[in-house]
Design a protein around this ligand. Structure first.
Ligand code: ZN
Length: 342
C-alpha cells in the first residue's frame, strides 16, 4: 500500500511516498481503508522535529482520517465491515480518573495518532476499535477528515476551558486557520461576539461568512488597538491563542477584567513575556488546553452532521502532493483545511 513516511526530520522534502505492506487488524483493532486524511500544523511540527521530544521514526504522519472498515479484528463488537467511520485522533488508557472524567488529554498515557504513534496518511491503517466513530449522516469523507483535531481543539478551549457564555466577546487569532475557522463558529454558536485576526484582506469576507463579527488584518493593523476600539476600551472576555511569542503579551493586554486566555500552541515561538500586573490586578486566567475528550468529539460530530458547524476545506490534494500542502501551511496561504486522498 502507499503511505507517507518520515524517516528523518527536515523540510517538506523528507515526506516520502513509500510502498509498505498492508497492515492487518489485530485483536481489538479494525483495518480502515482511508478515503481522506487531513493535514494539521501538528504534522509540520512532527516533520521538522520538536526540541526535547523523540518521535518514533520512521513513522507515518497524520491524525485525521475517514474511510470504510475493511477488516475486523478478534473481540471487536459493534462495528462491521463496510461501516463508514471517522478517526478519533487521541489514544488513552480509558481506566484512569482523567479518562473517566472526560479529560483524556490529561491521561498520563495520552497519545495522538501521527505524533506519538504512527498515523493515518496511508491507504490503510489498523486502529484500536475505540478510535473509529460512525460518520455523521450526509457528511463526505473529505469533510469528516477535516474536522476532528481542529474542532476538538477549539471546542475544548472555548467550552471546557474558557466556558464561553452568551453575550461575551471572544478574540480568535488566525481566523483562517484550521483551529480559527472552528473557533469562530463554536464561539458564535455559544452566543458570543467574535473578533478575529487574518493575514490578508481577501480572508475578511470569508471569516465573516463563518460568523465572525469583526476581522482585523494583523499585517496592516495592530490587533490590540483594534480590539480596544471595537470593544470601546473594555477588552475581550476570552482570547483563543495559538500564535505564542509574537502575540502573547498583546493577547493578555487585550483581555477585559476577569478575562480568560486559552493557549493551545505556539506557532511563532514558546517564550511569551507576561506582565504579571495585568494578571493579578485584572483577575485574569491563563488556561492551557490540548485536544479534548471523546464525549466532546461525539457532540461535535452531531453538530457537524446537523450542519450547525461546518468543516472548512481549502483544497483536496492527492497523497503524492502532500509536500505542497505542508508548504501552503508554512506560508499561511490557505483558508481552512487541506485534505489528501490516497
Ligand atoms: Zn487514562
Amino acid at each position: 500500500m502507499k503511505a507517507v513516511l518520515i524517516r528523518k526530520h527536515g523540510g517538506p522534502e523528507v515526506l516520502e511516498i513509500a510502498d509498505l505492506p498492508k497492515p492487518k487488524a489485530d485483536a481489538g483493532q479494525v483495518l480502515l481503508r482511508v478515503e481522506a486524511a487531513g493535514i494539521n500544523h501538528l504534522d509540520t511540527w512532527v516533520r521538522r522535529g520538536m526540541p526535547g521530544v523523540t518521535l518514533p521514526l520512521p513513522m507515518i504522519p497524520g491524525s485525521d482520517a475517514a474511510g470504510v472498515i475493511e477488516e475486523i479484528g478478534m473481540g471487536v463488537t459493534g462495528l462491521q465491515v463496510g461501516d463508514r467511520v471517522f478517526v478519533s485522533p487521541g489514544l488513552s488508557c480509558m481506566r484512569c480518573v482523567e479518562c473517566f472524567s472526560g479529560w483524556e488529554p490529561l491521561c498520563k498515557d495520552y497519545k495522538i495518532l501521527g505524533e506519538h504513534v504512527s498515523g493515518v496518511q496511508a491507504e490503510f491503517v489498523a486502529l484500536p476499535a475505540a478510535n473509529v466513530l460512525p460518520l455523521p449522516e450526509g457528511l463526505s469523507f473529505v469533510e469528516a477528515a477535516a474536522f476532528p483535531l481542529v474542532f476538538l481543539t477549539a471546542w475544548h478551549m472555548l467550552v471546557a476551558r474558557a466556558q464561553v457564555r452568551v453575550g461575551e466577546d471572544v478574540l480568535v487569532h488566525a481566523g483562517g486557520g484550521g483551529v480559527g475557522t472552528a473557533a469562530i463558529q463554536i464561539a458564535r454558536l455559544h452566543g458570543a461576539r467574535v473578533i478575529t485576526t487574518v493575514g490578508s484582506n481577501d480572508k475578511i469576507g470569508r471569516v465573516k461568512a463563518l460568523g465572525a463579527d469583526e476581522a482585523i488584518n494583523y499585517r496592516t493593523s495592530d490587533f490590540l488597538e483594534e480590539v480596544r476600539r471595537i470593544t470601546r476600551k473594555r477588552g475581550v472576555d476570552v482570547v483563543i491563542e495559538s500564535v505564542g511569542q509574537e502575540t502573547w503579551d498583546r493577547s493578555l493586554r487585550a483581555l477585559a477584567r476577569g478575562g480568560r486566555l486559552v493557549t493551545c500552541g505556539a506557532t511563532s515561538g514558546y517564550q511569551g513575556s507576561t506582565d504579571l500586573r495585568y494578571v493579578f490586578s485584572k483577575g485574569l486566567s491563563i488556561l492551557g488546553s490540548t485536544m479534548g475528550g471523546r464525549a466532546e468529539l461525539l457532540r461535535l460530530a452531531r453538530l457537524i452532521g446537523e450542519r450547525r458547524l461546518k468543516p472548512v476545506i481549502d483544497r483536496v490534494l492527492p497523497l503524492q502532493n502532500l509536500a505542497e500542502g505542508h508548504r501552503a501551511m508554512a506560508e499561511r496561504s490557505l483558508f481552512g483545511k487541506i485534505i489528501i486522498t490516497p
